[in-house]
Design a protein around this ligand. Structure first.
Ligand code: AMP
Length: 403
């Protein structure tokens, strides 16, 4: 589903486009309409699924399209750690860039100056405040925080907050909030303590569970960190590295499929391409030849990543890092079906490192990085924590973050 289809306010849609999001992730597809309909939510979702935007987008939209009291806090997001608070604040800053909404992060640590700056900003109010529990209580007890007009409360990584012993702090913060509000609760797991907290603070919640299917253990997963210009050469090398009988190479765009298949044909590989520019008849013919093993290699877009059952694929190559963890699992799941083992290689250029880091986080494991043969020359260092360069219309500044 495209973000355009949610009918968000134009100022928010502009922020979404600048951030580079096009299609909603599964959790976003499920959660956003429910939040827009005013429902309380309890959602089981891990980091990496796009859960932050799943609550930020509808909340921003509702803040933009309804009347807000000035000098109040309209939405409060409670999170377990300072790192998560900063991450959400940055996400908020990007998505709300064109809206004029204000947001701020409030978390522990820092010196007296930081605290008094937070005090000043909190007294003035902000549309969205992202806080860790202890620090928020310290401010609340001083009496200058106006939470009586609050409309939205969000608990993120609620299970982790309970593990860290924040139950009483959360209940204390909630005691300052109006009873009539919309509450959204996100948690990676649903232990009984989590359910009992949910029961206390949510009103007839809609339950949403987007479980990520893990790839079968028997798939050998390996990734190669390269520059973009090295990718085609490496694909050729990998295709020749073993006597593979049946291979799918996935690309994220039709253009990449076309370019790569041209190059592979020129190098005399037994290959065909498949993507949505081809008519149905051609697609079916190519697929039939591939299934019958008349073709060794199929270069495809994600149209082939879900649901199509082709037996005995021994190698999947991700020429581009897939869009998200779900796509990764679906793509590599084309190999190692039923009784057979399979190999999945992913090629990561510099811009894709963060995206691959998110996928590794979602899978809960680090994928082995393979050695790129010396003949390809130097390769980049893998550092998924480095932010990719911003490619949108405008550079973000920190105007909306009051810290
Ligand atoms: P989260 O689960 O909220 O930590 O998000 C994981 C990563 O996915 C972050 O880097 C987000 O910026 C990114 N992300 C969230 N939603 C989308 C989307 N619809 N399309 C592309 N990337 C997204």
């Amino acid at each position: 589903m495209k973000f355009k289809d949610f009918g968000f306010d134009a100022r928010l849609q502009e922020g979404i486009e600048s951030t580079g999001y096009e299609n909603a992730t599964p959790i976003q597809e499920q959660v956003i309409p429910q939040i827009l309909a005013g429902k309380d939510i309890i959602a089981a979702a891990q980091t990496g699924t796009g859960k932050t935007a799943a609550f930020l987008l509808p909340v921003i939209n509702m803040l933009l399209t309804s009347h807000q009291e000035e000098h109040h806090i309209n939405a409060l997001i409670i999170v377990p750690t300072r790192e998560l608070a900063i991450q959400i604040a940055q996400n908020m800053e990007g998505l709300s860039y064109f809206t004029g909404l204000s947001s701020m992060a409030v978390f522990g640590g820092g010196d007296g100056i930081v605290f008094s700056n937070e005090k000043k900003a909190l007294s003035h109010g902000a549309d969205v405040v992202i806080c860790t529990p202890g620090r928020m209580i310290a401010h609340l007890q001083m009496g200058y925080v106006k939470l009586d007009g609050l409309k939205y409360l969000i608990l993120d990584e609620a299970d982790r907050m309970l593990d860290m012993g924040f139950n009483d702090d959360i209940m204390k913060i909630i005691s300052y909030l109006p009873k009539k509000r919309q509450t959204l609760c996100f948690s990676a797991t649903m232990p009984s303590a989590m359910r009992s907290l949910a029961h206390k603070i949510l009103d007839h919640p809609v339950e949403i569970n987007v479980a990520l299917s893990k790839p079968p253990e028997k798939i050998i997963q390996e990734a190669f960190v390269v520059y973009d210009a090295q990718k085609i050469g490496l694909v050729k090398y990998l295709l020749k590295s073993k006597d593979f009988k049946s291979v799918i190479v996935f690309c994220s765009t039709k253009d990449n499929v076309k370019q790569l298949s041209r190059d592979l044909k020129r190098a005399n590989f037994s290959i065909e391409e498949i993507h949505s520019d081809l008519d149905q008849e051609t697609r079916e013919r190519v697929l039939r030849r591939f299934k019958n093993k008349e073709l060794k290699v199929l270069v495809a877009t994600d149209i082939l990543s879900r649901g199509i059952d082709i037996e005995d694929i021994d190698l999947v190559i991700n020429y581009d890092v897939p869009h998200d963890g779900e796509d990764y699992v679906h793509r590599i799941g084309r190999t190692a079906r039923a009784e057979t083992d399979g190999i999945a290689y992913t090629l990561i250029n510099e811009k894709e490192q963060k995206k691959f880091g998110d996928i590794e986080q979602l899978l809960g494991k680090t994928i082995t990085k393979g050695n790129v043969p010396e003949q390809f020359g130097p390769t980049p260092i893998y550092n998924p924590l480095l932010k990719p360069k911003f490619t949108g219309k405008k550079r973000f500044n920190t105007k909306n973050i009051k810290r």
